[in-house]
Design a binder for this molecule. Structure first.
Ligand code: GAP
Length: 535
């Protein structure tokens, strides 16, 4: 892949625009004005998403890595229901604790997430953007400048700002944007829209609700799952009883999750409907830390196989006070998104969930979910451990290590990672340098001209190759325009049938990133592409 980075500052806008223009991602319900936090994956977006999903499934379920003990890892797949018994969410803690702190503007009623306040202000507030321009990003904050701003521009853009109603401002002693905003708002955080005071934070549950049954009553209330994980815990015993797996083993699933996110933003990064790829690994409590270390390292390696550069990924350990209610330890794999750079943002979390979930479901359902570990019993006996201890230690509730990532977030990462903008590049300045394995279309097949027997040969090649790869046949427009269109959507190879094909049975194969061309004989094409795509 080419190493040339995108050159412009507003990369994110360009990526969003390319995604719309070329059919990767559309705003959901666009003809009705859109619905915040919901996205549709277009003809190319769904191919890209499916390619990532299939690679995850291949590497987690069908071909998981060899375990830290050198043994084959047992792994099975699952597709559980999106809607589960409401008690599921009581047991998991979601009805009680899956909430974000919210603040409401006392004047205009706008609601925002309290813990993201400064971030939201910086990216979404018009009056704040104007204040930053006026004060040179908070460095020019003498009283005259501020009073002038308050009396003129702020009157229109932030009419409910405290300083607008009583135009006296004590500028901060040193350049400090937060102190500046506090100085203009009587020491408070003002509304990002009108500048009015925000109320105290209140907890807001993120689960989306629906009703299963004809009547919309409390008994029929159900939740759209906020994570795929709980379906796996509910089926843990079914899997044990109906397959040949033994602890340690994993259950993996990919599917939709729903969260009533207060501030869905940054394109598909945080949406209200999204897809997750989660795996719950059930292991003996004594081995949990070993598996936790193992999966965090394996998951990082996996992201590298997507073609993500190592310098754009990093681990971030959760501090004790940041851990979810179920977690004993969590580490995030973070990516340097264009909208977080030079900082990083979450991509995947690997959590040590202890025995929290199975214990909770055992208590709430009344079903026994413990496990008798015969191998451990034999091992302890052989080690001469006293009988009472052998008995106690070989029956346990397994611990769980959970690598949980977002599939839709992975799509975003691949788009950001592969986006290139090269000034003066032939055909198109923008293209996607996606690793061939994940490219939505693997090859474009073109007759050089739409006559002289070339379309017939190209169509024949297309019909043959599409048995093995996603290909596109395109006989129209100039060849340069067709190459450019394929570059823009990340197609790694373009195959052109020309005059020499008719005599020599060879075609040109053009490579996207280098734009170099080579001649390949038609009967070797499939092998040629297979080698390139699988490498
Ligand atoms: N079962 C654990 C769990 O769900 P999480 O950190 O809340 O953990 C896991 O979610 C992953 O799901 C995140 O790392 C992220 O990639 C993705 N994700 C979470 N919320 C999301 C949202 N609103 N939009 C898109 N992806 C999201």
């Amino acid at each position: 892949m080419s190493d040339a980075p995108a050159t412009t500052a507003n990369v994110m806008e360009q990526i969003v625009s390319l995604c719309k223009r070329r059919g990767f991602v559309y705003q959901a319900s666009e003809i009705y004005g859109g619905l915040r936090g919901f996205w549709d994956y277009g003809p190319l977006g769904v191919l890209l998403k499916n390619n990532i999903r299939d690679w995850w499934w291949r590497n987690m379920v069908e071909c998981p890595p060899i375990g830290p003990d050198g043994k084959i890892v047992d792994m099975v797949g699952l597709d559980s229901s999106i809607i589960q018994h409401p008690k599921t969410w009581e047991a998991s803690g979601h009805t009680a604790t899956f909430a974000d702190p919210m603040r409401k503007c006392v004047k205009c009623g706008h609601i925002l997430r309290a813990d993201h306040y400064w971030d939201i202000l910086a990216t979404q507030s018009k009056w704040f953007a104007d204040l930053m321009t006026t004060t040179d990003n908070g460095t020019k904050t003498d009283a005259d400048t501020l009073i002038r701003w308050v009396k003129n521009k702020a009157r229109k853009s932030a009419p409910n700002l405290a300083a607008v109603s009583h135009p006296t401002v004590t500028p901060p002693l040193a350049p400090d944007v937060q102190a500046l905003v506090h100085a203009l708002a009587d020491g408070n955080e003002p509304c990002i829209l009108c500048g009015g005071p925000l109320g105290t934070p209140e907890q807001f549950n993120l689960m989306m609700i629906s009703y299963a049954g004809l009547q919309q009553t409390a008994e029929n209330l159900v939740y759209l799952r906020p994570e795929t994980a709980q379906g796996i815990f509910l089926d843990y015993k079914n899997v044990l009883d109906t397959t040949r797996v033994k602890v340690p083993f994993g259950v993996a699933q990919v599917g939709k999750s729903f969260r009533n996110e207060v501030t869905p933003r940054n394109f598909i990064f945080r949406s209200r409907e999204f897809e997750q790829m989660e795996m719950e690994f059930f292991c003996p409590p004594d081995d949990a830390l070993m598996w936790y270390d193992f999966w965090r390292n394996e998951r990082m390696k996996w992201w590298l196989t997507l073609g993500v550069k190592a310098e754009n990924l990093k681990f971030r350990e959760h501090a004790q006070d940041e851990l979810s209610h179920y977690s004993k330890a969590t580490v995030d794999i973070e990516y340097k998104y264009p909208f977080t750079a030079p900082d990083f943002g979450e991509l995947e979390g690997i959590a040590h969930r202890g025995s929290f979930d199975l214990t909770q479901h055992q208590t709430h359902s009344g079903q026994k979910l413990d496990y008798f570990d015969q191998e451990l019993q034999l091992k302890l006996k052989a080690e001469g451990v006293p009988d009472d201890q052998v008995k106690a230690r070989s029956r346990y509730i397994p611990n769980v290590i959970e690598p949980a990532s977002g599939l839709t977030r992975a799509v975003l990462v691949l788009l950001c990672e592969s986006y290139r903008h090269e000034k003066g590049r032939q055909g198109t300045e923008e293209y996607l340098s996606i690793k061939p394995r994940f490219a939505p279309i693997k090859a474009g097949i073109f007759p050089l001209v739409n006559k002289e027997g070339m379309p017939e040969v190209a169509e024949k090649i297309y019909l043959d190759l599409r048995q093995s790869f996603t290909c596109e046949y395109d006989p129209k427009q100039s060849i340069g325009k067709r190459y450019a269109r394929m570059d823009e959507v990340g197609t790694p190879y373009c195959i052109t049938v020309d005059g020499d094909t008719l005599t020599g049975q060879t075609v040109t194969v053009r490579e996207r990133d280098t734009m170099s061309q080579e001649r390949v004989s038609i009967d070797k094409l499939k092998l040629f592409l297979t080698d390139k795509i699988n490498s």
